[in-house]
Design a protein around this ligand. Structure first.
Ligand SMILES: CC(C)(COP(=O)(O)OP(=O)(O)OC[C@H]1O[C@@H](n2cnc3c(N)ncnc32)[C@H](O)[C@@H]1OP(=O)(O)O)[C@@H](O)C(=O)NCCC(=O)NCCS
Length: 180
């Protein structure tokens, strides 16, 4: 395999479709119980984040085959409630206009091979170059909480645990990394 992680560029016309499918596979049933409203993740919903600005992404490719992706951007009103609640409850000293990792996923057959870690490292580097000081992520604790283990290994610190954060009862841990 020739793994390449690239930023803000698609190699195939149907990459967006592949990403929406992958997102729907993992997150279609685990919509977050927002503090303000109930929101259901539809397939169409997963295409939207890429058209909202400002949003950036990294993609893992094996030549032109998409293996995984991670999307990041400034807090947006649809997903910021849990972060704002975590910040409020912990009195965390937050930078102005913070940024978060919105979605991250790796093709099922290729998980636990370091791709998620490499994508996150690239994403962190991109955020640093954008001048960000902090990067937030909400770790879905369903499916073994793999992302939480990955993010903490990469220097993210646990900020707040939310029980029943998702409508199916799964919990979420908000983590944050200082980009120094
Ligand atoms: C979370 C995810 C993006 C991680 O990507 P990945 O390429 O599998 O992760 P890595 O191979 O870089 O592994 C990083 C760490 O994650 C944990 N991890 C990853 N896959 C795991 C598995 N199958 N079992 C147990 N731990 C696992 C481990 O702690 C691992 O470190 P280690 O290899 O030193 O044990 C990927 O598993 C995924 O797409 N999961 C489904 C979607 C999801 O949960 N997204 C996160 C939403 S918040």
């Amino acid at each position: 395999m020739s793994l390449e992680i690239i930023s803000n560029e698609f190699r195939n016309e149907d990459d967006l479709e592949t990403i929406a499918k992958l997102s729907y596979l993992y997150f279609g049933d685990v919509h977050m119980v927002s503090f303000k409203q109930h929101r259901k993740n539809t397939y169409k919903e997963f295409k939207k984040p890429f058209f909202r600005k400002p949003n950036d992404y990294v993609i893992a490719y094996d030549n032109s085959t998409l293996l995984g992706f991670a999307l990041h951007g400034k807090f947006d009103p649809d997903e910021s409630d849990i972060y704002l609640e975590a910040i409020r409850q912990t009195n965390f000293n937050v930078q102005k206009n913070p940024r978060s990792i919105k979605l991250i996923a790796v093709n099922q057959e290729l998980q636990h091979a370091g791709i998620g870690t490499q994508m996150t490292e690239k994403l962190i580097d991109d955020c640093y170059k954008l001048g960000e000081k902090q990067l937030f992520a909400g770790c879905w604790m369903g499916n073994g909480g793999k992302s939480y283990r990955m993010f903490t290994k990469l220097g993210f610190n646990r900020l707040k645990y939310f029980q029943n954060a998702y409508a199916n009862g799964d919990s979420c841990i908000v983590v944050v990394k200082e980009l120094l």
